[in-house]
Design a protein. Structure first.
Length: 251
């Protein structure tokens, strides 16, 4: 896609699932990539697998901790020279009925999915704004930001917050050349979703809930990330791009 060659791209949550596919996609587009994750083994595996495709480096860090985020973003800026694109992809999910949701589980989900999104975006946004060269930030929301799914109160709340954070960032940062958008994927075939739901549930969900009759693939979400970061999307700001096979279109 136009405008991605040679760009410095930070992919947070970039060592598995959608993030891993996204790091690969940006390398294929000719970008230079820096990935961050929470697991050292996953990080090493990601770097080993993707190094043949181009320039890539990475670090382990907890996005819920402010000091760790500053370290992570400093490392990315040092490795890339400049962060032109932020793919703000880190996230977790907790499944429990609302009345049975533990406070600790709620706090952790909000800390990673919303506080972490804010901390990383603020740190990168400050750097982008400082030199006046602009940039693109794409946050990971979800179709759960658009409606309430039972047994996912903490996740739903965190992703609704990401949607509103994205819109606010777009309004405030558009004037300094920073475009901010978010993705709202539906059911995607990732390790996170496989851990939460069994095979029988997934097959029934694909049949009954998704008009195209299948779950999405990480590479399809990665393509959307690349599009919103590219010059092809130069007039898209504050948008929530839904990638769900028609799930939210159905009544």
């Amino acid at each position: 896609m136009r405008g991605l060659g040679g760009k410095g791209v930070l992919v947070v949550g970039g060592t598995s699932g959608i993030g891993l596919a996204t790091a690969r996609r940006f390398l294929e587009e000719g970008s230079r990539v820096f990935v961050a994750g929470v697991d050292e083994t996953e990080l090493k595996g990601t770097l080993g697998a993707l190094e043949p495709l181009g320039t890539i480096d990475g670090i382990v860090g907890d996005v819920a901790e402010e000091d760790a985020v500053e370290t992570l973003v400093d490392a990315a800026a040092s490795a890339l020279g400049r962060i032109d694109v932020l793919i703000n992809n880190a996230g977790i999910a907790h499944k429990a009925a609302f009345l049975e949701t533990a406070t600790d589980a709620w706090d952790l989900t909000i800390a990673v999915n919303l506080r972490g999104m804010f901390l990383v975006a603020r740190a990168v946004g400050r750097r982008m704004a400082a030199d006046g060269a602009g940039g693109a930030i794409v946050n990971m929301a979800s179709t759960n930001a658009l409606g309430g799914e039972e047994r996912f109160a903490a996740y739903n709340a965190s992703k609704g917050g990401v949607l509103q954070l994205t819109r606010t960032m777009a309004v405030e940062l558009g004037g300094v050349g920073i475009r901010v958008n978010c993705l709202c994927p539906g059911f995607i075939d990732t390790p996170l979703n496989r851990d939460l739901e069994g095979d029988d549930f997934v097959r029934a969900y694909e049949r009954d809930q998704i008009p195209v009759g299948r779950r999405g693939e990480p590479e399809e979400v990665a393509a959307a990330y690349a599009f919103l970061a590219s010059d092809e999307a130069s007039f898209i700001n504050g948008a929530a791009l839904v990638i769900d096979g028609g799930q939210t279109a159905a009544m």
